[in-house]
Design a protein around this ligand. Structure first.
Ligand code: GUN
Length: 292
C-alpha cells in the first residue's frame, strides 16, 4: 500500500506559486488577489475559508475575507457579488457553501462572473469542462486529478467508481475521469444515495472516489485487492483524545482497508490540502486572464 501524500504535493505547488509571485513582483505586475465570502458561522466552513486565506498568505497573494451575517438577504448578497465582479483589484472570488436555506445556491453561483469563478461552479465553467474547453476546474476534482498524475496511477481503461454526485465533487469528477485526457479515459460509474447495492459496484472498482460525507463508510468487504481509494470525506467525529473533543475522519475506514489498497489518501493530509492548492492555481490563472 502506498499513501498518497496530499500535504507534500500541495507544498510543492505552493513553492511553484511563490516563484510565480516573485516573478510578478520583479516585473512590477499585480499579484493574484483572491476574495472569499462566508455567510454565518458554520464551524467547518470557517475552518476551510481560514485555510484558504492562510494559503494566500503562504504564497504571497493578496486576499480579502468578507464575513457576512447569517441573516443577510439574497438580494444584498447578490449586490455584493456584483461589486466583486466589478472590482478590478479582485482576480477571483468564492462564496463558501453551504449557504443559509433562504438563499438560492444556483442564483449565487450564476451571479459570479465566469472569469472570476475560481471555484469553477458557474454553468459556463462546468459546460466548458464538459466540452473539454479551457475552464476553471472545481478545486477538489482538479486536485484529485493532480494526485493521480503525480503518483503515476494508470487511469486509462480502468473502472472508476465515483460515490457521490454533488456539483462540487462527484459530478465534475465523473466527467473529468471519463474525458479523453490523461489522467482520464476511465470507464466511470457514478453512484449516489439512491444506488441499489452500492458494494456491488465498489467491489468491481479499480479506482474509488469517495465523497458521501459518512465517516468510516467504506469497509474491506466492499473493495477488491489493489484498488486505489481517494477519500474526499472530511467528517468531524467525537474524540476523547483531542482538546477540541473531535477529530477528522474520512468516508473510508482507513485502518480496515489500507492493506488491501494499492494507493490510499489519508484524512487529514490527503485531498483537503490539494483542494486549497488547486484554488490557488485557479487564482493565478484568473490573475493572468488565461482562460477567457
Ligand atoms: N464547500 C465545500 N467545498 C467547497 C468549495 O470547494 N468551494 C466553496 N465555495 N464551498 C465549498
Amino acid at each position: 500500500m502506498k499513501l498518497i501524500d496530499g500535504k507534500k504535493l500541495s507544498e510543492e505547488i505552493y513553492t511553484q506559486l511563490k516563484n510565480e509571485v516573485a516573478l510578478l513582483k520583479e516585473e512590477r505586475k499585480k499579484v493574484p488577489h483572491l476574495a472569499a465570502i462566508i455567510i454565518g458561522n458554520n464551524p467547518a466552513s470557517q475552518t476551510y475559508v481560514n485555510a484558504k486565506i492562510k494559503a494566500c498568505e503562504q504564497v504571497g497573494y493578496e486576499s480579502t475575507l468578507l464575513q457576512l451575517d447569517e441573516k443577510i438577504t439574497e438580494m444584498e448578497l447578490l449586490k455584493i457579488i456584483d461589486e466583486f465582479n466589478q472590482n478590478t483589484s479582485i482576480d477571483g472570488f468564492i462564496v463558501q457553501l453551504p449557504l443559509p436555506k433562504h438563499i438560492d445556491e444556483n442564483k449565487v453561483t450564476q451571479a459570479i462572473a465566469p472569469q472570476k469563478d475560481v471555484d469553477g461552479f458557474h454553468p459556463v465553467n462546468l459546460g466548458r469542462m464538459l466540452l473539454n474547453l479551457p475552464s476553471y476546474l472545481p478545486a477538489t476534482p482538479f486536485g484529485i486529478m493532480k494526485m493521480l498524475a503525480a503518483n503515476n496511477i494508470e487511469t486509462q481503461g480502468k473502472h472508476c467508481v465515483v460515490v457521490g454526485r454533488s456539483h462540487i465533487v462527484g459530478s465534475p469528477m465523473s466527467v473529468l475521469l471519463a474525458r479523453n485526457s490523461s489522467p482520464g479515459n476511465c470507464t466511470v460509474t457514478l453512484c449516489h444515495s439512491k444506488t441499489d447495492n452500492l458494494s456491488y459496484f465498489t467491489r468491481q472498482a479499480d479506482i474509488i472516489i469517495l465523497a458521501i460525507g459518512k465517516p468510516y463508510y467504506l469497509k474491506r468487504d466492499m473493495i477488491k485487492n489493489g484498488v486505489v481509494v481517494i477519500d474526499v470525506g472530511i467528517n468531524r467525529v467525537p474524540s476523547s483524545t483531542t482538546k477540541s473533543g473531535f477529530k477528522l475522519a474520512g468516508d473510508a475506514d482507513f485502518d480496515d482497508i489500507a492493506d488491501k489498497c494499492s494507493f490510499i489518501t489519508p484524512v487529514p493530509g490527503g485531498v483537503g490540502p490539494m483542494t486549497i492548492a488547486s484554488l490557488m492555481q485557479n487564482t493565478l490563472l484568473a490573475n493572468r486572464n488565461e482562460l477567457y
